[in-house]
Write a protein that binds this ligand. Structure first.
Ligand code: HEM
Length: 389
């Protein structure tokens, strides 16, 4: 059995591979791509918590980015403490639970506007018409990005994450898109300094702790990080939930009848679909897993997608169950890098499902026409045709 995160067949259904890994190769080695992988829940969790041994400083995907990239636009997700903690503390000054909770009316208005159009047409493409534009509107509003620039930015963000079949080489179109994004954010800061708005980035330009401010590179890194982390994952989560809930019409009917179940359905969609499939790390000292030594300096993947289906923790793990309890999944990470946007992701997902139960109390997905994305660690659909029934 081979684990190749770039294989299109693997994207179709990674779970037979994951099941085999958990059972037969809990420490797996891919010689060709040069990585190890952990797949059991306890192993993924323990390694995630031990940031000193499992470093994020050289990136968190199989493919390696040019180290110059990390210098030009430092991102907290690619840092270890204490550098990471300083950046996270500064950003948390403006990215507050209050600011996020305050977004609910805007999120609901946007959801209702997008779903209203789809309901009038009797359906459409759940991703293109709903789950892609929604988080984009939310993040760009949070950051204070002008309306006119949003569509182009989203295209660049999508391209920057695309990967070719079977290979870890970052394609030229992705590198080009990254460069465009960087230029855009630079210009965006110039404009904001000239004319501040009430967005989060204008706030970050002013934020300080003990007289210390974020550098321009750090703010640009943060814009890029939120653009990527906050858009793609929510898009994939909602689309995955839409497909699963169409497959399980009885569970969808329960949500329509009792919307109080929705938060638990969101957690199950996170566990079951795991939009972020793995977190890559670099081991900083020799370690031993399941009797095998992993040498310092080696890349190791923490397979969140596999951990979230570990039969040692989740009874009947391949069953989608909106009532699952307990459900301590790792889909939002664990430890120092626990998802900064978790509250926002949960808010967007809850409001979306609440409004979906009202606009589409009965619907069907045409799975024969669903299309998957081909990215490195983000998994899910780029097209989900669906219609009211
Ligand atoms: C369903 C949606 C989401 C999923 C599945 C998800 C998943 C994750 C995961 C697994 C991590 C940990 C990465 C690691 O350990 O290396 C993470 C970190 C992060 N996420 Fe999310 N995320 C989601 C939504 C969001 C949103 C909406 C935002 C922002 C608005 C966001 C911003 C971030 C940031 C900034 C980090 C880095 C935190 C740090 O390094 O301290 N995420 N996310």
């Amino acid at each position: 059995m081979e684990l190749n995160p770039f294989a299109h067949e693997f994207h179709e259904d990674p779970h037979p591979t994951y099941r085999w890994l958990r059972e037969h190769a809990p420490l797996y080695r891919n010689d060709e791509l040069g990585f190890y992988a952990l797949s059991r829940y306890a192993d993924v969790r323990d390694a995630s918590l031990d940031w000193a041994t499992y470093s994020s400083a050289e990136g968190t995907t199989v493919e390696r980015l040019d180290p110059a990239w990390f210098v030009e636009r430092p991102m907290m997700i690619f840092m270890d403490p204490t550098r990471h903690d300083r950046l996270r503390a500064l950003v948390s000054r403006t990215f507050t639970p209050r600011r996020i909770a305050g977004l609910e009316p805007f999120v609901r208005t946007t959801v209702v506007r997008l779903l209203g159009r789809l309901a009038a047409d009797g359906g459409g493409d759940f991703v293109k018409d709903f789950s892609a534009p929604l988080p984009m509107e939310v993040i760009f509003t949070l950051l204070g990005v002008p309306d006119a620039d949003r569509r182009q930015l989203r295209v660049w963000m999508d391209h920057s994450l695309e990967r070719d079949r079977d290979t870890p080489t970052v394609p030229a179109r992705a590198l080009e898109a990254m460069a465009h994004l960087m230029e855009y954010w630079q210009q965006f800061l110039v404009e904001l300094r000239r004319q501040p708005n009430d967005g989060l980035i204008a706030g970050l330009l002013e934020t300080e702790i003990d007289g210390e401010r974020l550098t321009e590179g750090e703010i640009i890194g943060f814009c890029s990080l939120l653009g990527a982390a906050g858009n793609e994952t929510v898009t994939k989560l909602l689309a995955g939930a839409c497909v699963q809930l169409a497959r399980h019409a009885d569970q969808w009917a329960s949500l329509v009848a009792d919307p109080a179940l929705i938060p638990s359905a969101v957690e199950e969609a996170l566990r079951y679909t795991s939009p972020s499939q793995y977190q890559g790390r670099m081991v900083t000292k020799d370690v031993t897993w399941h009797g095998t030594r992993v040498a310092r300096g080696t890349r190791i993947l923490l397979l969140t997608g596999a951990a979230n289906r570990d039969e040692r923790v989740f009874p009947d793990p391949d069953r989608f169950d909106v009532r699952r309890h307990p459900n301590e999944h790792l889909a939002l990470g664990v430890g120092v890098h626990f998802c900064l946007g978790a509250a926002l992701a949960r808010l967007e997902s809850r409001v979306s499902l609440e409004e979906l139960t009202r606009h589409f109390p009965r619907y069907a997905v045409d799975e024969s026409r669903c299309v998957r994305v081909h990215m490195s660690n983000v998994q899910g659909f780029e097209s989900v045709p669906f219609a009211a029934r």
